[in-house]
Design a protein around this ligand. Sequence first.
Ligand code: EPZ
Length: 417
Amino acid sequence: MDKIIIHGGRRLKGEVQVSGAKNSALPLLFATLLAPGEHRITNVPSLRDIATVEKLLTILGATVQRQGDLFAVDATHIENNEAPYDLVRTMRASVLVLGPLLARLGQARVSLPGGCAIGARPINLHLKGLEAMGAKITLDHGYVEAKAKRLHGARIYFDLPTVGGTENLMMAAALAKGKTVLENAACEPEIVELAQALNKMGGQVSGAGTDTVTIEGVNELRPLEFAVMPDRIEAGTFMIAAAMTRGDVRITGAIAAHQDALLSKLREAGAEIVMEEGAIRVRGPRRINPVNLKTRAFPGFPTDMQAQFMAMMTIGNGSSVVTETVFENRFMHVCELQRMGADITIDGRTATIKGVKELLGAPVMATDLRASACLVLAGLAADNTTEVSRIYHLDRGYEKIEEKFKGLGAHIERVPE
Ligand code: EPZ
């Protein structure tokens, strides 16, 4: 296993290109299961989670060929309907095969993912929705078994906006008989992109990006040709890196409309934001202002940026309060930041961060993807050497992160542990 060593304290400068969005590429790749034929998806990032999807699609019977960022998926012969525990446990998003497999094959058997480092993360709302569409769902030795000769349309109200639940049901409803209406649906840009992709395949989806998504089921879909949008969380991570290091970074491919909440909080923190053609440029202030925030479903402040933003608040000029409302256990980075000299206290879902003058490099490790990114950011701003281990989490969601930071002038390297 590798670790990342950072000699912090350098101001980051220059230009960095954002890769394709992990959380959009995942549902798009699973959507290929809906239609026989060869699908071509480009701008797919090279990540561990994407390799897991590749494995899963292959197990199900698809043929996958990768050429750079192009994924050619031949989904003509989908013979297997089981997503095994070994894969689902390494990537929870594997449950997104449930909707497409059920719609295409009439049955699916998918391992229940169980809890993870950031919370319990049940899939009850996915299952409730599929049941409303006529699926018979049973639980068998840790697996969800779903059956339905053909799903039918339904009006489904989500108790809370779930990104994966909305995606799973949109894919299932695309081939169902009749109209499905998803209420209190998630509004994330990844949902909008999935709707665009389904419509390109011949589906009839409207309202994506609002809290009501309507899907008129069709009898068949055709193969997809699609380019994945830039990753808003990766882009946001670079923005914070620029702000924290008093840097000046042009983030190419970042889409401002996906970043309203983050950009507003970055401005509050004192960063200068300049919108440029095809890029967002961020210049860091001399000293970070303290900022309070609460994570929310889109368009609120993304939970996937909470850890990174907190890293920045640790060197703020005063006290900040960060409240995590989406996941119940997403403060695992706090103890590691404390080891670097951060002054943070937690009370339930609220963290109070008293800014310190500087962070001190230390050996640290994290238990999830965004927490790992937060530690890299802390290391970039810290005064001496930080070693981040267990970086397989980072490799799940950030493409060539150390190379990209190196390109901005960071003193960072990956070494075998
Ligand atoms: C997606 O996870 C993302 N993953 C997560 O990104 C992201 O943090 C999350 O959305 C929220 O934005 C992918 O897109 C692959 P949810 P998802 O269903 O779909 C509860 C990252 O770092 N809930 O919107 O699993 C759930 O427990 C990852 O890239 C239920 O109670 O999230 C949570 O509290 C981590 N029952 C809330 O809803 C359900 O059936 C939101 O979860 C489903 C969800």
